[in-house]
Design a protein around this ligand. Structure first.
Ligand code: DGY
Length: 425
């Protein structure tokens, strides 16, 4: 039997195998299209061996931008029946076909990371995408910044599809009359690791709602039964705006508008502080209440340039409860399930954002614990979608692009700790 390839080589092979010319799938079968934030983070790993191709990844994503500035969460470049809901279910009428919702906007941060690697070669590539990123961030400011924090109109927009944060708000979503559908995800992954049937029914009710509303953001804002201000979107957009400002200066563009967005989002982030939970939390804008759930998104504050001694203490205590951090939901909390997607498992990509944010503020011991845990998880369980925080076993889809990218750009021992583009805001 052949010896297994070293992990760096395995990671590169996964990114190469998931490459579809100008974009990268998260993993074949389960996710056979281009996903927005997966693609951005994949670019950071691809940059380790092909910087030109990494820029192409971002350019392809923005080729599907809507005229109103929104960058969709899925781009259906080539129909693949292994995934549902496909282009017909979304009915957006766009070319290339896309979904009708967005996802955490990581592109500006990744563009800055690519530019740092080779400023001379990257400048004209940056000039090509800069206005598109600016238009996307403007879309967020226009349509989604309610009370400053960023509102999601579907749990899929937050990337944390079935987090316990949405359990309360989703109860308001009526599933009577939804069109019958067949889930394809369960043909690829153990149902115990995926969202439940009632979750999926509600996801599809929201897709139908958006489609019936013609994906009109004003109608969705006024009438969608689901509207939740989310720390994932808020912290990632705040971080992205800080990076976009640096890019604007680099290109000699004005920064006033971006400065306003940054100020607004800083306030918005504080609006997500739940004094009862003593942590950043999701806020249900319809029910006017906090979710009351600590999640790995609560710890994205440092990544967004927000330090908070209370959150340091919360993280130290949470890490004491698990063998591998950072769990997406704390063991012992209501709704915790160690292997079910966003209800407990550890995600390498979240760890990279949390760890690099901590390092940027000098919280080196915590940053190093999270980086080492990520390294141990991947070394022990491979390039899985996510991992059980209690025993480290792999879960979800396999051969995952962004797990491979996190390895190459942050977790691998061959990557120097200060040798990546994320730590500094
Ligand atoms: C899915 O289909 O599971 C995705 O997370 C939606 O983006």
């Amino acid at each position: 039997m052949d010896a297994p390839l070293p992990l760096d080589d395995q990671a590169r092979s996964i990114l190469a195998a998931n490459c579809r010319g100008t974009y990268t799938l998260p993993t074949s079968g389960l996710y056979p299209y281009q996903w927005n934030w997966d693609s951005a983070f994949s670019a950071s790993g691809i940059a380790r061996f092909d910087l030109d191709r990494a820029w192409t990844e971002l350019e392809t994503l923005f080729s599907a931008q809507w005229p109103n500035g929104m960058v969709p969460h899925i781009v259906f470049h080539q129909f693949d029946e292994s995934y549902f809901p496909g282009p017909d279910a979304w009915g957006t009428g766009h070319q290339p076909p896309t979904s009708g919702i967005t996802q955490p906007p990581a592109a500006a941060t990744i563009a800055r990371r690519l530019l740092r690697q080779d400023p001379k070669a990257g400048r004209h590539r940056l000039a090509g995408v800069f206005s598109k990123i600016l238009a996307w961030h403007r879309w967020f400011d226009l349509y989604r910044c309610e009370h400053g924090a960023v509102a999601a109109s579907h749990p899929w927009e937050t990337g944390r599809d079935n987090a316990p944060d949405w359990d309360g708000p989703l109860e308001a979503v009526d599933v009577v009359g939804i069109e019958p559908f067949v889930r394809r995800d369960l043909q690829h992954v153990d149902p115990e690791m995926r969202p439940t049937k009632i979750d999926y029914d509600r996801y599809m009710a929201l897709v139908q709602f958006g489609r019936d509303a013609g994906w009109d953001e004003d109608v969705i804002r006024a009438r969608s039964p689901f509207r939740v201000a989310d720390p994932t979107l808020t912290f990632i957009l705040l971080r992205a705006n800080l990076d976009l400002r640096v890019l604007a200066v680099e290109l000699g563009r004005p920064t006033d508008e971006i400065d306003r967005w940054i100020a607004r989002l800083r306030q918005g982030a504080e609006a997500l502080w739940n004094p009862d939970l003593e942590a950043y939390d999701s806020y249900d804008l319809r029910g006017q209440r906090f979710a009351g759930t600590l999640s790995n998104a609560s710890f994205l504050c440092w990544y967004a340039g927000v330090d908070n001694p209370g959150m340091v203490a919360r993280l130290e205590s949470l890490l004491g409860e698990v063998s591998y951090g950072v769990p997406s939901h704390p063991p012992g909390s209501r709704g915790f399930e160690p292997r079910r997607y966003w209800r407990g498992p550890v995600w390498a990509i979240m760890n990279m954002m949390i760890g690099t944010g901590l390092a940027g503020f000098g919280h080196h011991a915590l940053a190093s614990r999270i980086r080492c845990d990520t390294r141990r998880l991947i070394a022990g369980g491979g390039f899985s979608e996510y991992f059980d925080p209690l025993d480290g076993s792999p879960a979800g889809g396999g051969s995952f692009s962004w797990t491979a990218a996190v390895w190459l750009d942050w977790a691998s021992p061959s990557t120097m700790e200060d040798d990546h583009g994320f730590a500094k805001t």
